[in-house]
Design a protein around this ligand. Structure first.
Ligand code: AKB
Length: 326
């Protein structure tokens, strides 16, 4: 059977499809595999309106029986498990964040083994790194010691992914995303989400109150690059995917002041104020920049967008996406 035919035999389940990453990844998966092959799921019925191009089901990932029935009855062959509590929300609800982030991953890995799924995708994050990690060009392999619940759950999750690959041959693949910035969804409880919100404020003509210090450098990535990386990793031949915990991934690093400066030429009257809160400590524990040479070598990763290219693309497209903000 040719590759073209085999594409249409896949049945892809996206868990947490209405989130920041899912909103855009589900569309790319549908474009590649066809609308009959993708089932988008999310906790809220209200998310249905986002998915007029593929099937949508309400699913609570913590409902193990419902998840198992869906996988079994629909003959699911791949799961993209994107549901998670992010860093800032996780610090407010640590036990809930641990419970949701860890148990849902274990459900998914168990189902992948039970039903011998083709592939599983699970996102990790730069949050696996901690204050004792080298900050500049953070290597793939180094001290981690994350000090947020989100980071601890991502580090433990990476170990579980590698364990299921080695013990049960589950083809699970993962990326350590930097802060992801897109204009198609609103900020969702992350520390890096200031860099999403700032564009909305600039377009709305409102001053921006930044919860990080002006010189806090963090690794970031524009959403089209994140989608490209995810699709490339998932479509890479099995033997090219040599890291089964999670790959370092990088595109750019910038500070709040630098993103503000990139917006100013478009909105010269736009104002920013810096009022760091509890999220400053989270940002301070993360790297400034990431070494992603393993991703480049193993499956050919390279990003397309830098800060200025991202800013002009977002400012061009965001008003059409959220017209009420005009
Ligand atoms: C967060 O800020 O929590 C996330 C992440 C870096 O994983 N965007």
């Amino acid at each position: 059977m040719g590759d073209f035919e085999s594409l249409f035999m896949e049945k892809i389940l996206v868990i947490g499809a209405a989130g920041q990453l899912g909103s855009e990844l589900t569309k790319s998966l549908t474009d590649l595999f066809g609308s009959e092959s993708v089932i988008a799921t999310d906790l809220q019925e209200s998310a249905r309106s986002k998915f007029d191009y593929c099937r949508f089901e309400v699913l609570d990932v913590m409902n193990k029986e419902a998840l198992r029935n869906l996988v079994k009855n629909e003959k699911v062959s791949q799961i993209y498990h994107l549901a998670a509590v992010l860093s800032a929300t996780g610090e407010k609800k640590p036990i809930f964040a641990w419970h949701l982030n860890m148990e849902s991953l274990l459900f998914v890995l168990e189902l992948a083994n039970e039903f011998k799924l083709d592939k599983v995708y699970w996102p990790s994050s730069i949050a696996v790194f901690g204050p004792n990690t080298p900050k500049i060009n953070t290597p793939q392999y180094c001290v981690k010691e994350p000090n947020t619940v989100y980071g601890i759950s991502k580090q433990a999750g990476e170990r579980w992914c590698e364990y299921y690959f080695q013990k049960f041959n589950v083809d699970v693949r993962s990326l350590r995303y930097p802060g992801l910035i897109g204009y198609k969804s609103l900020p969702g409880g992350g520390t890096t989400d200031y860099a999403v919100d700032i564009y909305h404020k600039a377009i709305a003509g409102t001053d921006f109150n930044c919860f990080l210090k002006s010189d806090t450098s963090l690794p970031m990535m524009y959403m089209p690059d994140a989608i490209k990386a995810t699709m490339d990793l998932m479509n890479a031949p099995r033997e090219s995917v040599k890291i089964r915990s999670s790959y370092n991934l990088a595109a750019m690093s910038f500070t709040p002041e630098e993103i503000y400066q990139s917006i100013l030429p478009f909105f010269p009257d736009f104002k920013i104020a810096y009022n760091p809160d509890f999220r400053q400590a989270i940002a301070d524990s993360w790297p400034d920049s990431i070494d992603d040479s393993f991703a480049r070598k193993d499956w050919g990763w390279s990003p397309d967008y830098d800060l200025n290219a991202m800013t002009s693309d977002i400012l061009k497209n965001l008003p059409d996406f959220f017209p009420s903000k005009n």
